[in-house]
Design a protein around this ligand. Sequence first.
Ligand SMILES: [Zn+2]
Length: 256
Amino acid sequence: MNPKEKKDNKVKKEFIMESLTAVIGKQGEEIIDFLDPEKYVNEFIIAKKLDNTINQTRNILYRLSEHGLVSSTRKKDKRKGWYTYFWKLETLRTLNFLKEMTKKRIEQITHQIQSREVKTFYVCERCNIEYNEENALLHDFTCSECGNVFALKDNTKVIRELKRNLEKHEKQVEAINSEIEEEKEKGDKKKTKEIKKEEKEKVKKRMEKKRERDLKKKSEEKSAKKILKATGKKKKTKPAKKKMKKLPAKKAKSKR
Ligand SMILES: [Zn+2]
């Protein structure tokens, strides 16, 4: 893995972890190491690695699957009659989940900025409690905790902070998008590979069928030869051979 790829992987892992922890909390940081984006992993193995019971583990995985962050297949244990689930990380959906979450956050921040720019806020500078205009009016512009009179809140610092935060989230969406693109490309490449493999299999099967046909043809020729021998038409070997070659070909045609 070259350094750039390594860095990309680190970024992707951080995004995936953010998604997982948004749904299942701190356990997302652990489970990420035991989920595979390429293959399904036995839930008993995941449970063991998490040092959890199978029910706790399933509970976590179900919650993730509700948001499409993991997918599963199941196998029935023929002897015991119960199902074992196998889980796989859905990278693309996990990235999309985080993107949607970040976009919602951007919307919220934008609203906050607008509200700060338009509305007036008051503050008790001693208690550092903030009130909007309506609430300040209800409190008669006096702090109910300390009796201090409210001051007009200077929003410039808050707005600056919010705008910085907004920019950070917008950059995050861009970064997620590029990871999504990369993941899609990877998926396309995999698909093309699979299609090529399928084509190869088809050609192989066709060749096998042809070989079978040829073999059948040969054995038919052989038996035809035997019949000819048995019926005593073996005077001149050469012309007989010619005849034999024609015979099965005709047969094959008329069969179709
Ligand atoms: Zn106060």
